[in-house]
Design a protein around this ligand. Structure first.
Ligand code: PLP
Length: 378
């Protein structure tokens, strides 16, 4: 099998599971318990928190463990919006993940917030860049949320610039960095963000693990209420094992810039080979300012879903876009947001790479792809 759906999820790293194992077995204590078993769990949790914080250039007290990207996005966006009412105005873009779009929709519907959607160009960048954001900021803007890297087309946003523009007026900046971990430098100080979401299962930690960075003293309302764990921001007995696994998987990631360059070269050669093999292939996303790990196309005139079936029959696993939208016949909201016609958007296929994806795998994928397209057209 050639697995090219790493943006949907990744296999759990053995080392991460081994590090988690004691906390699923002998060291099963509740970190809130006052006995020794609980104390050891609490120490392990604090250790994991410090390691995650160190990876992002943050402090331990600024990391909250969550159940994944969706929860982190919800807490980051709803928690900040409710706690920081400079006013009820928010800014975002329609290419964000459903977790962000739905959290914003909730704030509009239940809490009367008003969202300004920035325009996107045909490669998924913000039209007019940071200047367009500055023009959209108002005296009542509480929060801006824009992702580091798009999960379907890979386009990167200039987060440091956008966060700086946001801070000019005293509003807060959240970023969904779920797809960027391990590919883009994510030092929170260099990015200048107030809140940042990650999901463990995108980089070798188990599904159901995640974290949120919240810059010290940023007022945040919890969205899960209870015993006050995680600094009062995320009640519920902590998942020590998954926190330890997440910290371990993060530390196993290669140094992002050098590794991203290697995979970006593979990606560029793959895109060229695909375009030679399939004259109807239209690459989507920014041609250069994009994630190394994602190559996405529309194969005009052919259904993306039928290509996936044919590719799978030839041992290649990939997807038609976001795993969250998989199974639905609706064209991708990201492609529609960048102006792709709905019929063309139905032909989308996304290949997403891992750090160990090889040139040979990509060459075999191109062969499987041209056979697949030929067989769908037959
Ligand atoms: N944000 C982005 C950009 C994603 O790609 C995903 C998952 O695909 C999520 C959020 C949701 O993460 P999780 O699956 O951990 O809830």
């Amino acid at each position: 099998m050639i697995y090219l759906d790493n943006a949907a999820t990744t296999p759990v790293r053995t080392e991460a599971l081994q590090a988690a194992w004691p906390f699923l077995t002998n060291e099963f204590g509740n970190p809130s318990s006052t006995h020794e078993l609980g104390g050891r769990a609490s120490n392990a949790l604090d250790g994991a928190r410090e390691r995650v914080a160190h990876w992002f250039g943050a402090r331990g007290s600024e990391i909250i463990f969550t159940s994944g990207g969706t929860e982190s996005d919800n807490l980051g966006i709803i928690g900040l919006a409710l706690a920081n009412p400079r006013g009820k105005h928010l800014i975002s873009a329609k290419s964000e993940h459903e977790a962000v779009l739905a959290a914003l929709e909730f704030l509009e519907r239940i809490h009367g917030f008003d969202v300004t959607w920035l325009d996107l160009d045909e490669v998924g960048s913000i039209q007019g860049g940071a200047a367009a954001l500055t023009a959209a900021l108002r005296t009542d803007t509480t929060l801006v949320t824009l992702m580091v890297a798009n999960n379907e087309i890979g386009t990167l946003h200039p987060i440091a610039e956008l966060a700086a523009a946001t801070h000019e007026v005293g509003a807060l900046f959240h970023t969904d960095a779920v797809q960027a971990v391990g590919w883009v430098d994510l030092n929170v100080k260099a990015l200048g963000v107030d809140v940042l979401s990650i999901s463990g299962h995108k980089f070798g930690a188990p599904k159901g693990s995640g974290a949120l960075y919240v810059r010290g003293r940023t007022k945040t309302e919890p969205i899960i209420h209870g015993g006050g764990q995680e600094g009062g921001l995320r009640s519920g007995t902590e998942n020590v094992a998954w926190a330890v696994a997440l910290a371990t998987a993060l530390e196993l990631l290669p140094e992002s810039t050098a590794e991203a360059r290697r995979v970006a070269a593979l990606r560029d050669s793959f895109i060229l080979q695909v375009m030679e093999a399939a004259p109807n292939a239209l690459p989507t996303g920014h041609p250069t300012n994009r994630l190394a790990s994602i190559a996405s196309f529309c194969f005009v005139g052919v259904s993306g879903e039928s290509i996936l079936v044919q590719l799978e029959a030839r041992g290649v696993i990939c997807s038609s876009g976001s795993a969250c939208a998989a199974g639905s016949d609706d064209p991708s909201h990201v492609l529609l947001a960048i102006g792709v016609e709905p019929e063309v958007a139905q032909s989308a296929v996304r290949f997403s790479f891992a750090h160990d994806t090889t040139e040979e795998e990509l060459e075999a994928t191109v062969v499987a792809l041209s056979e697949s397209i030929a067989s769908v057209l037959r």
